[in-house]
Design a protein around this ligand. Structure first.
Ligand SMILES: [Zn+2]
Length: 54
């Protein structure tokens, strides 16, 4: 299922940004990025707070 275009931006000092129509894909990519680049685990709640319309 596709919705409107959404995005999640990482910390400005990092500069990472992901944009997709697929929220689940964004969540997956952000989780991988946070874990690999920041050694951080991101909860669903954190992701829902970070996701915005692109
Ligand atoms: Zn980052």
């Amino acid at each position: 299922m596709t919705g409107s275009l959404k995005k999640v931006e990482c910390d400005p000092s990092c500069g990472f940004m992901v944009r997709s129509h697929d929220e689940q894909e964004i969540y997956k990519i952000v989780r991988e990025h946070a874990f690999k680049s920041h050694n951080m685990k991101v909860s669903d709640k954190d992701l829902k707070e970070k996701i915005t319309n692109a």
